[in-house]
Design a protein around this ligand. Structure first.
Ligand code: ZN
Ligand code: ZN
Length: 503
């Protein structure tokens, strides 16, 4: 099976930006070339098909590239997923399911699928570093299946579920279950984040080695901070030795206690107890200091306020291995969104002030914030359709993230390349995945329709939960197609998205 993606502008930041065709065989990229070159390649392939025995002795040019021996064995987590039963590094050269198979047989016209993507933008598949898929334990909110479907619809070829399922992903059997469930389903890839401490209780460290072998890519007690700095230090020391990033949910529990929204004028007016910025920033500062001490790779989750952005900027200047993410709600909304006690505007950390929102945008623009993640946190009406103080923290985000983030591009706050870095390239780098659009790499691709106008309608979400503060938002730009290993995991139905004029 050969696929030719044609007519689109292809962007791989720093490497490709132009109107190219992509040729894919058996799920792997064979060539990214000028359209005329692609024409010639396909003609060559078809002419080989007419040779008497139908077997081409010489591989086609494009196959040469796909089969070029890799100089060093591939050690990316992407490839580790192919065989989690051993610690052996995945080696594409010995994987019979990988390229080269097709040159043994001739292609006819029927074997070639051409997909016309004129007017679209093709980018390396988006990766979401921070989601909650709720399985095992809370399947009424989301399952791995519905979560991965929502991911594909949002343009994500891979997601990293946080460990706060029930039971917590604090051992290799839970990790292995999640990986195998995702494999069974096909579609978007799942890279589990394991917990730092057993049960995320902040005390005993988990067996990171076993969990890493089962497919774990990073550690975090997300949902909670690691309160004890000594425990965090030890975790960082182990993680460093194993090449695992430590993802920190930064929250001083004592400072945040009983708070339900941002501390400030709006909270005072509404009579709701607030969570101050320092509840986040003090732990950001502590963990940056610990990363400096240990040399570990620290990733700060869901940055929401100015003080945290400043601390991360300062840490990077000192050469500390710290990266950071924010989520679309922190650069789109402020605590004013809570004004009518809307529990869909309740999340942790909370929506902050306009000043903080501007600081987040500035941090994205100057590179202090490396990643846009969703912190997709599905909750049912049981947890959300109740009084504000009692409602659960969190919103779904997979199906609105790209549309909301593209506003930064349309506003010229970020270039499209910068956005693709934050939603695809930088997360890949952090996970050790090579997702360049180049021969030999998996065809994990997102196709974006930059100018489609659409309106957010939670009823159309693939996610089981609908808790979003963005219902009715008019957005410009959406996912047209998500391709995973050369297969279409999601494609917008013609006229299927509710296209409305932006107001
Ligand atoms: Zn968190
Ligand atoms: Zn989270």
């Amino acid at each position: 099976m050969l696929i030719r993606l044609k007519g689109a502008r292809v962007i791989d930041p720093g490497k490709i930006d132009g109107f190219k065709d992509i040729i894919i065989s058996n799920g792997v990229i064979d060539a990214v070339v000028e359209p005329s070159e692609a024409d010639q390649m396909l003609l060559d392939i078809l002419s080989k098909a007419e040779e008497p025995c139908g077997i081409a002795e010489q591989p086609f040019g494009i196959t040469d590239q796909a089969c070029t021996p890799i100089e060093k064995p591939c050690d990316s987590s992407n490839h580790k997923q192919h065989d989690t039963s051993t610690a052996e590094p995945y080696d594409m050269r010995t994987d019979q399911s990988k390229p080269c198979g097709y040159n043994k047989k001739a292609f006819t016209k029927e074997d070639i699928t051409e997909i016309d993507l004129t007017g679209m933008v093709v980018v390396p598949g988006l990766i979401d570093l921070h989601v909650h898929l709720r399985e095992p334990g809370y399947e009424y909110k989301e399952t791995i299946e519905t979560g991965l479907k929502a991911a594909a619809k949002g343009g994500f070829v891979a997601v990293c579920p946080m460990p706060n399922s029930s039971p917590v992903n604090d051992n290799s059997s839970i990790t292995a279950f999640m990986v195998s469930r995702a494999k069974e389903l096909g579609g978007s890839q799942l890279y589990p984040v394991g917990s730092i401490t057993r049960g995320s209780k902040g005390e005993a460290l988990c067996e990171y080695g076993d969990m890493q072998k089962a497919g774990m890519v990073a550690i975090s007690d997300d949902g909670r901070p690691v309160e004890n700095a000594r425990v965090m230090r030890r975790a960082m020391e182990y993680a460093k030795g194993m090449g695992l990033p430590v993802i920190s949910h930064c929250e001083d529990i004592d400072l945040a206690r009983d708070g339900s929204m941002n501390e400030g004028v709006v909270a005072t007016k509404l009579g709701i107890k607030g969570i101050p910025n320092v509840a986040e920033s003090t732990i950001v500062m502590r963990d940056i200091a610990l990363a400096e001490l240990t040399g570990a790779t620290l990733h700060i989750a869901h940055v929401s306020c100015e003080e945290s952005v400043d601390a991360i900027r300062h840490g990077k200047k000192r050469g500390i291995r710290v990266t950071a993410e924010t989520a679309p709600h922190y650069f789109t909304l402020t605590d004013e969104a809570v004004a009518r006690y809307d529990t869909n505007a309740k999340m942790n950390p909370p929506l902050r002030s306009e000043r903080d929102r501007q600081a987040i945008i500035e941090g994205l623009a100057d590179g202090t914030i490396d990643v846009i993640a969703t912190d997709h946190a599905p909750h049912s009406l049981l947890e959300k359709d109740i009084e504000f103080d009692r409602a659960a923290f969190g919103i779904v985000g997979l199906e609105t993230s790209l549309g909301l983030s593209l506003k930064l591009v349309h506003d010229e706050t970020l270039s499209l390349e910068q956005l693709i870095e934050k939603m695809s390239k930088n997360p890949a780098t952090l996970l050790g995945i090579d997702n360049d659009l180049k021969p030999g790499n998996r065809a994990d691709i997102t196709v974006i329709d930059m100018d489609a106008f659409w309106s957010v309608n939670p009823r159309t979400f693939f996610s089981k939960s609908k808790n979003t503060p963005f219902a009715g938002f008019n957005l410009r730009g959406e996912v047209y197609m998500t391709m995973i290993e050369g297969k279409i995991a999601y494609q917008r139905q013609d006229g299927g998205s509710e296209i409305e004029e932006i107001s």
